[in-house]
Design a protein around this ligand. Sequence first.
Ligand code: G6P
Length: 469
Amino acid sequence: MTRLIVVSNRVSAPVDPAAGSAGGLAMALSAALRKYEGLWFGWSGETIEHFTGELKTEDRAGVEVALVDLEAQDVEEYYNGYANKTLWPLFHHRVDLTAYERSYGEGYERVNRRFAETLAPLIQPDDIIWVHDYHLIPLARDLRRLGITNRIGFFLHTPWPARQLLVTLPHHRRLVESLFAYDLIGFQTQEWLDLFRDYVISEARGELAGYGGLEAFGREVRIGTFPIGIDVEGFMEARDSREGVRTYDRMAASAAFRSMIVGVDRLDYSKGLEERMLGYEQFLQDHAEIRGDVFLVQVTPISRDEVDTYQDIRARLDSLAGRINGEFADMDWQPIRYLNRSYRRDQLAGIYRAAKVCLVTPLRDGMNLVAKEYVCAQNPDDPGVLILSRFAGAAEQMGEALLVNPFSREEVADAIHRALTMPLDERIRKWQALMKVVQDTDVGLWRDAYVGALKAIQLSGGDDDAVPA
Ligand code: G6P
């Protein structure tokens, strides 16, 4: 019996999937694990004085999870450090924000080793292992060193950086080499896959292998694009649930005679929130005739707040939202409702449904599921308009959105105006095309495509002589 073992830093399987505030990634993986009998392994989010590797297991709405505690130093060097101060900004093209500290790299290697040592005894011969995201790139290499010969796949939820940026990372070759201990590497888009291939061919003298794979470091690996999506049926149910409808009614009443624009993003510099607010400000300046008929609801839960770059962006957004409100608000109208909190999925669905326009303007983003959720929540007879950054992975599929360059506040301002004045027939035509994309990339299809591709890989006989040292 083939079990699926999912491994990710954060195990965010919600206790109640119907009403959870869980984001796209959590919903996607929970959906995968409910279908295949298996296990979700990762960090508990807790710290402990001395690492023991002791597992805490629990059942979360049909998903079995196994969690380990980490030491405070691990969290500092591996999670806050290498994952969030080094790889995250680098993978999002922000070399200016990237910290290159040796201790972070050491902590990253240590935690990956600890994960491997804790996970290895749980693995049965027929299991397939699916590792997620930049926190755990070396995990397969460490599992192989412990003698694990199972099929192991990796999926990167973020972008892959351009070669010219990746080479700024000390030991970049070692990081990429460790990816060759996987059997399958999945990317969100063709663009990220092309950038990876470019690095391997140019920097590591790799070669294309016949079936669309890559050969380098003495090993072959398959690569593919697997654009993630949302749980379409579940999201529609959330929208039509009592809480979804109640939230919609509440927002629609609060938006009476006005058009609501919505943005929903973790508080992260990659999301282009400052640029978005400046674009919105430009719109307010350019269109005094309609500005009082519009308002922006920006839902932005605080994220990674132990990291200085996140504290900085938070302070700048506080100040920017305050300045724009101070400058433009009237006694009965405020241009921005800036909310540093999260909402449950059913409430979000109700908020999206009441919004005439959705702004998704990351400067760089692996995929972006808010774009897909917004489309899914719309009323087919009177849908709203999606404004989407051309630098989000989602733009590769969602070309019918109003694509913008988020670095240009004038372009963002123009797109807001165009969205607000778009005729109904055009809105319907665009929405239908976008909704087809959302359905065609449903999370269930994503899961089946990835797991199917990983399962289809024939093991080379279990010897580990091809494993990078
Ligand atoms: C992105 C990453 C995920 C991560 C999530 C939330 O979507 O791709 O791996 O879990 O952000 O970030 P956090 O640091 O809170 O886990």
